[in-house]
Design a protein around this ligand. Sequence first.
Ligand code: 5GP
Length: 206
Amino acid sequence: MNQSSSDAASAVRSGIVLILSGPSGSGKSTIYRKAIPELGNIEFSVSCTTRAPRPGETDGKDYYFISKERFLQLKSEQAFVESADVHGNCYGTLKSELLTRISRGIDVLLDIDVQGADQIRSQCALSPELCKACKFIFIAPPSMEELERRLRSRGTETEDVILRRLANAAGEMARKDDYDFSIVNNDLECAVSEFISLVRTLRECV
Ligand code: 5GP
């Protein structure tokens, strides 16, 4: 095999990193859970959190549910790509969830808040490769009234938690224009289709 054909054989497309943010109750997770099986070759980055699991959540699938001590230890070991205090709990994206996959050509989806997205944007400013790989997408609810209705109808949070998440939502919505793309989740099926089309288009561009 000559050099150029061996280069071609070993050239693996790098994965893209989809960074999804949006207020709690905007429907981010419902959208990507429906989209991931349709898209293929894309994996969800499981974050660490110090929040307690909700009924139906599985450790290692929805989150790595860990203690505050363990979180701080991982942070001091620089195991996170980004981390933030969100609605009173710690959340962080592990390097191990991200880097190997993109180097193998697998796309990775991060569901992270606006602070975490900011940290990744700062890293993009230092790395052209990361900058090329990262696509920032904001998922917005159609209105704050609808957001409140959705948060309450989940029935998984206490009143205190709902009020805290609603109070934070306005600040998160104010960051929408800092994202490359935004999708308004008014009708779920439409939002899922829009998301799938967007990811397919982004894949063609890398
Ligand atoms: P929830 O507690 O509802 O699962 O998530 C609350 C918020 O934390 C959501 O806005 C979600 O995007 C964000 N979040 C989840 N994982 C991470 C993470 O690893 N890093 C950051 N910065 N935010 C996260």
